[in-house]
Design a protein around this ligand. Structure first.
Ligand code: XLS
Ligand code: NI
Ligand code: NI
Length: 434
């Protein structure tokens, strides 16, 4: 045991080391909370991130009792710690990059051997505990070889190396039964047009994604592929700025239908959108897939990856998830880490407890809002003029510009009815805070 002093976290334990709102088996809108929420642990943050920033090194010890110079022993200690954390918190899923599982070796062949050994161990733990893999991905951004991108690198050798790494990451995802595969292209973008062929880079990125989809399907991957949009950091301009931009990229390269979105809350706000806007844009384009549940600090211009604690935002999110029909292959991955000053194992647990409770409240609130019905009814009523008369003629195609001109010659329009925003905000608050 890695955390002998830390107990199982229970629902309604009555103290801060318990869930106040997350009751995994409680049925809400016909489904247990754990099926609505599908929480996942992010291997990289929880088991690897030690709290370093631009101005200082780590503050948190993530050796988990192992000698870090023995890379396999350390990787297995992370597995032990991760499964203990997930079990104690009733978290059903995890997400990983290849590089999170075990330190890369000097050669690709040796790295792959290490990954085989560590994933054998993970698989054994999965069988023992019933914990599942939500999605896998490839780290094609940390090593200096990827300084100018992976799929968008000007070097064909780097493209080839990225493809080889992705091939392995896909194989590992399939081996662990993952239901998703994520593309997050931190360095798939550019710093200056003085040295960049944007069209060529984007075509190459699409080529790499196409190759991945084809290979993954050929080895039996049945899950979803996701692009994870982010506007910047580390690249200045990232090609997958936001959901709409990523959709256009997919459409332009014939990949719509093959790839959906993994929407991250902090990336949405970095792109100048609300999280909810990004979720809705994904839903209306038929690419709603999975979520990286975290939160940014709106006063900071970077991806702070905090555990979510904003209940209003989580409520909006769960409204979108429910109206999109809930998760199928996706879930809520806590792409989140404790603050640098929260450096004890207890803090990791507090991060998850607060994050899970925030989303549990979000779900409970969303269910109340749906049951109440007033917000949805108001929105529907707002478009009532399209149900009959000229509105119906516009929708059916019966009325074109000529008919609409004739109609308008006869009838000056009234200004639209009040949008009642403040009243609706009041209804929202009354529902969620009562
Ligand atoms: C970074 C991304 C990353 C992805 C997985 O900003 O959020 O963590 O989720 O590569
Ligand atoms: Ni993310
Ligand atoms: Ni992020």
């Amino acid at each position: 045991m890695k955390f002998p002093g830390i107990p199982q976290v229970a629902y309604k334990g009555g103290d801060t080391f318990s869930f106040q709102w997350y009751n995994p088996d409680e049925v809400i809108l016909g489904k247990p909370m754990k099926e609505h929420l599908k929480f996942a642990l992010a291997w990289w943050h929880t088991l690897c991130a030690e709290g370093s920033d631009m101005f200082g090194g780590g503050t948190v010890d993530k050796s988990f009792g192992a000698d870090k110079s023995d890379v396999i022993a350390h990787a297995k200690a992370k597995v032990d710690a991760g499964f203990e954390i997930m079990q104690k918190l009733s978290i059903g899923y995890f997400c990983f990059h290849d590089a999170d599982l075990v330190e890369e070796a000097p050669t690709l062949a040796e790295s792959n051997k290490r990954l085989d050994e560590v994933t054998d161990y993970i698989k054994q733990k999965m069988d023992e505990t019933g914990i599942k893999c939500l999605w896998g991905t490839c780290n094609a951004f940390s090593h200096k070889r990827f300084m100018a991108g992976a799929g968008t690198s000007p070097s064909a050798d780097i493209f080839a190396y990225a493809a080889a790494k992705i091939k392995k990451a896909v194989e590992l995802t399939v081996k662990l039964g993952g239901t998703g595969y994520v593309f997050w292209g931190g360095r798939e973008g550019y710093e200056t047009l003085l040295n960049t062929d944007v069209k060529f880079e984007q075509e190459n990125l699409a080529r790499l994604i196409r190759m991945t989809v084809e290979y993954a399907r050929s080895i039996g991957f049945k899950g979803d592929f996701y692009i994870e949009p982010k506007p910047k950091e580390p690249s200045k301009h990232q090609y997958d700025v936001d959901v709409a931009t990523a959709c256009n990229f997919l459409r332009a390269h014939g990949l719509l239908g093959d790839v959906k979105m993994n929407v991250e809350a902090n990336h949405a706000t970095l792109a100048g959108h609300t999280f909810r806007h990004e979720l809705r844009t994904a839903a209306v384009n038929g690419v709603f897939g999975s979520i990286d549940a975290n939160q940014g600090d709106l006063l900071l211009g970077w991806d702070t990856d905090q555990f979510p604690s904003d209940v209003t935002d989580a409520t909006f999110c769960m409204l979108e998830v429910l109206s999109a029909g809930g998760f199928t292959n996706g879930g809520l991955n806590f792409d989140a880490k404790t603050r640098r000053m929260s450096h004890t194992p207890e803090d990791i647990f507090h991060g998850f407890i607060t994050g899970m409770d925030t989303y549990a409240l979000g779900l409970r609130n969303a269910a109340k809002i749906i049951a109440d019905g007033r917000l949805a009814q108001f929105t529907e009523q707002r478009y009532a003029s399209y149900k009959s008369g000229i509105g119906a003629d516009i929708l059916s195609g019966k009325a074109g510009l000529k008919e609409l001109e004739a109609y308008s010659m006869q009838k000056e329009p009234q200004i639209p009815d009040s949008g009642r925003q403040e009243m609706l905000e009041g209804i929202f608050n009354r529902l969620i805070f009562s």
